[in-house]
Design a protein around this ligand. Sequence first.
Ligand code: ZN
Length: 73
Amino acid sequence: MEILKYDLWDVVEMKKAHPCEKHSKLFQIVRVGADIKVACLGCGNLIMMTRFDFNKKIKKVIEHHTEAIPHKG
Ligand SMILES: [Zn+2]
């Protein structure tokens, strides 16, 4: 399995849309540690998952940021 390179604050596209009103596939990485925490850019909800799960669910890195960006909800 290929593991994508990503960093804190990167905006990433996930394989599955968030089951929220916006059905956004775009998330921003807001914490990188043993676990990864991402924020849905559609609704702003935070989702925590293990790195292993994240590596399976990420589709690609969209763009790099250096700080939190506001969600569009
Ligand atoms: Zn959402």
